[in-house]
Ligand binder design. Structure first.
Ligand code: GRF
Length: 224
């Protein structure tokens, strides 16, 4: 059974696009039932419409509080028939109202190697700190921001000469590979949680060779 996804995005939606593209080319066994946003002008909504995906867009400023916004969002997601939530540049903290509606079914991508550099400026914080390894993390979402169990991380070497824009571009390129991969593992029922540690059950396909230009743990498989 394909994953039934709701993608939540507040901005550009390049990770949404990567998910849509991997579904279209058959690498990711999923359907996007809804793209939802708290920004009515998010470019992610254009991407969804172009792909024929229903959208739900409401400004959070029209709601009395976070809980009432999340209640409306949960209702829209349920009506759309989605059961797995993909956060893709969604710039709102989720309340327990939301997280309790989809336990262990909310996934996020963060543009840094957690637990380093949580928060909204992950890449800039890493560059300003002067790290030599940038990266990104796909993780289950819990009640603490950028904190839940890690599914996959990718590390990207950098130098002091790299501009913020250059690092952002490289981080995004890798995000677009590891996010669909993490979702495909979820679709295959291969992710097992033990405490906060995520184990990956093996598949018949076996793991692909490690990428020469970056360190990805666990390794990407064919097609990603
Ligand atoms: C990504 O860098 C992601 O890690 C972070 O927000 C950004 C969203 O980019 N959570 P996009 O909207 O998917 O292009």
């Amino acid at each position: 059974m394909p994953l039934q996804l709701a993608v939540l995005a507040s901005g550009n939606g390049s990770n949404l696009q990567a998910v849509l593209d991997r579904i279209a080319d058959g690498a990711l066994d999923a359907e996007v039932r809804l793209v939802a946003s708290n920004k009515e002008d998010a470019f992610a909504l254009e991407r969804a419409r172009k792909a024929g995906v229903p959208v739900w867009a409401r400004s959070h400023t029209a709601f009395a509080d976070r809980e009432s916004f999340d209640t409306a969002l949960v209702e829209a997601i349920r009506q759309a028939g989605a059961d797995t939530i993909v956060l893709a540049g969604y710039m709102r903290l989720l309340t327990p109202v939301f997280l309790n509606a989809f336990p262990r079914r909310v996934i996020n991508i963060h543009p840094a190697l957690l637990p380093s550099f949580p928060g909204v400026r992950g890449v800039a914080d890493a560059v300003n700190y002067g790290v030599r390894i940038a990266g990104c993390t796909v993780h289950f979402v819990d009640e603490i921001m950028d904190h839940g169990p890690v599914i996959i991380q990718a590390a990207i070497p950098m130098t002091a000469a790299d501009s913020l824009d250059a690092v952002l571009e490289r981080v995004h390129a890798v995000e677009h590979r590891i996010y669909p991969q993490a979702l495909q593992w979820l679709a295959e029922g291969r992710l097992k949680l033990e405490g906060r540690v995520v184990h990956l059950a093996s598949s018949d396909k076996g793991l692909a060779a490690p990428q020469p230009d970056m360190l990805i743990s666990p390794a990407l498989e064919q097609g990603f």
